[in-house]
Design a protein around this ligand. Structure first.
Ligand code: ADP
Length: 597
């Protein structure tokens, strides 16, 4: 039971008890009074009967009279059971049913006698010294004509009255006790009725404090308490909605943070790291666990980076910088630092955004290197053309034989230049993905036959055996022109880098074949028995302009772009290419392509 309920019950019991007590006292008083009044009436009537039926004006000596009146009084007492006293007009007691009149003092001053003398009847309630109990006295005058000759007084013990008042009290107390218990139960129930909803509301409020927003107060009534309950429910509902909205926002923000490519790091007013998204963890090579809560200058970060944060904190200005990081791997990072300012406060931290621009910078470097390479590659044939043309102009034209050989060189070099420019254009087209792929089913046996026939003449010149091995029913979905470009590039390399009498082969194998003879991938292998590629050069041969042996490549008319074009075309087909080679034994290019696009 709660304090409030106990208090309420106590107050209710007190109220009910007090009102019952007051009512009881009042009732007892009224009862006593009416009892006494009835008794007085009775006594007056009795006195009048006694007065009327007896002889109260006798004449004689005092002792005669005393004897007479005493006998009278005793006789009457025998039938009325009430003490009777006869008092002469001067106050002397002449007869008494219970006492010897000789020993009794003058009664003229007794209040009942005085009242009887003045108003015809007198009553008193008093404690009788003679009888040692509370008595009710009633007196009337005895008259002859207008002359008062004496007084008749009757006295009754009030013990009976007291007795009935006592039993009244007894009933009252018993009733009161029962009523008290009932009042207690009723009070408790009433208090419970009032406090239960309040207790429930308190519970709900506590649950809300503990973030249980689903808790509701059951509806009780439409009174103030009920309305309070409804208000609490509304509050709880609104809190729940707001919390859900906040959580939803938080989830969204979390999602953004977690899926962002850029690294995000936040430093609060106390210069502690308070936020680190997964990208930032990855870029910086530290887990959030290691860094969160640490001061930015205590986290083991690159010195320049720490300096940059410090600068931003000191100047409160946005800073942008690029920096090379060496841990966990060498990277170029773009760092953006922004002081965070809220409306109400001037400054609350620094937001750091990290971009890994290593790839961008590498690409830029490659581009500029490519331009340098292209210029260099173009310069050589142009220098040759220019040089031989100059020599011819200077007079070599007169020597016909030399002139023809020079012109042949000029022709070859311009051819080379043409090829080079063609390859460069092709490569840039493929790289920029300007031309969309045109996939169509390609029947490989026929396709290979055609591709080989293009190179057959060249192979025959070097007595190289050109052969193919492919099953009858092999199809692939591919961009036919580009697939041909791949094959011709590889085969012509094979022919170029193989000595006279060697062999160049193409072989096609279906991969991941199932029971029905369907296959998901194809492997195309172009192998030769040529000079091979040294191990150290293998990782680089797909780079632009990379050649193992410049002189040799030149003599074979190579541009150094063939393999990088092949690699790009294979990737456009979502395939892979790899090379295996051994110097002096031969080279093997393996391409794997998906069959369906
Ligand atoms: P190139 O026009 O010089 O042939 P590629 O890009 O086609 O340029 O090839 C790059 C280099 O790889 C060649 O210069 C050559 O050194 C080497 N190479 C390519 N194919 C073969 C092969 N089948 N056998 C030996 N070396 C090869």
């Amino acid at each position: 039971m709660t304090k409030f309920r106990a208090k309420l019950t106590f107050i209710l019991i007190l109220l009910i008890g007090c009102s019952m007590l007051i009512a009881g006292v009042f009732m007892a008083k009224v009862l006593e009074d009416s009892h006494i009044e009835a008794l007085q009436d009775n006594m007056e009537r009795e006195l009048k009967v006694i007065l009327a039926t007896g002889e109260w004006n006798r004449v004689g000596t005092d002792s005669e009279l005393i004897t007479y009146y005493t006998i009278q009084a005793k006789r009457i007492k025998a039938s009325t059971e009430a003490r009777l006293t006869f008092i002469r007009a001067d106050g002397r007691v002449l007869g008494d049913s219970d006492q010897n009149p000789e020993q009794m003092d003058n009664h003229l001053n007794r209040p009942e006698i005085a009242a009887a003398a003045s108003s015809g009847v007198g009553y008193t309630t008093r404690y009788s010294d003679t009888l040692k109990e509370k008595m009710l006295y009633a007196a009337i005058p005895v008259k002859i004509g207008e002359q008062t000759t004496g007084f008749l007084r009757i006295a009754m013990s009030l013990s009976q009255v007291d007795q009935s008042i006592r039993s009244l009290w007894y009933f009252l107390i018993t009733g009161l006790a029962i009523l008290f218990i009932i009042a207690g139960i009723v009070s408790y129930r009433i208090a419970k009725g009032i406090t239960r909803p309040i207790e429930k509301m308190t519970r709900v409020a506590k649950q809300i404090t503990n973030m249980n927003y689903k808790s509701r107060v059951p509806s009780y009534s439409n009174d103030e308490v009920g309305q309070l309950g409804q208000a609490i429910n509304h509050m709880s509902e609104s809190l729940q909605q707001q919390m859900e909205r906040i959580q939803e926002n938080e989830r969204r923000l979390q999602g953004v943070m977690e899926n962002m490519v850029s690294g995000i790091m936040m430093i609060d007013r106390e210069e502690r790291i308070m936020l680190l998204n997964p990208s930032a963890e990855y870029i910086l090579g530290f887990s959030a666990q290691e860094l969160l809560g640490k001061k930015y200058n205590e986290a083991k970060q690159q010195y320049e980076f720490t300096k940059l944060i410090q600068e931003c904190i000191e100047t409160r200005e946005p800073i942008r910088d690029e920096m090379i990081f060496y841990y966990p791997a060498e990277r170029i990072l773009e760092i953006n630092l922004n002081p965070i300012a809220h409306e109400d406060e001037e400054w609350s931290g620094v937001l750091i955004v990290l971009h890994d621009i290593t790839a961008v910078r590498r690409l830029e470097r490659m581009r500029s290197e490519f331009v340098a390479n292209v210029s260099h590659e173009l310069k050589t044939p142009i220098a040759a053309v220019k040089g031989f043309a100059e020599t011819l102009l200077a007079g070599a034209l007169n020597d016909k034989e030399t002139a023809v050989s020079f012109l042949q060189i000029i022709f070859d070099e311009s051819e080379r230049l043409n090829r080079l420019i063609g390859d460069i254009l092709e490569l840039s087209k493929i790289e920029s993905k300007r031309i969309p792929m045109q996939f169509s089913p390609v029947y490989l046996p026929e396709f290979l036959e055609k591709s080989l026939s293009v190179l057959r003449k060249e192979a025959e010149k070097k007595h190289i055996e050109l052969s193919m091995h492919v099953d009858d029913d092999i199809y692939i979905e591919a961009d036919e022109d580009r697939l041909r470009q791949i094959l011709i590039n590889l085969l012509s390399n094979g022919i170029s880098y193989t000595q006279d009498g060697g062999k160049v082969r193409v072989r096609v194998e279906p991969l991941d074949m199932n029971a029905d003879g369907d296959y998901e991938r194809l492997r195309i292998i172009v192998s030769d028995t040529g000079i091979g590629i040294p191990k150290k050069d293998l990782p680089r041969i797909f780079e632009r302009f990379y050649r193992v042996d410049k002189a040799r490549s030149r003599s074979s008319g190579g541009t150094g772009l063939g393999l990088s074009i092949v690699k790009h075309l294979v990737e456009l087909h979502k395939g892979t290419i790899r090379v295996d080679s051994e110097v002096g034994m031969g080279t093997k290019f393996t391409i794997e392509l998906p069959v369906i696009h």
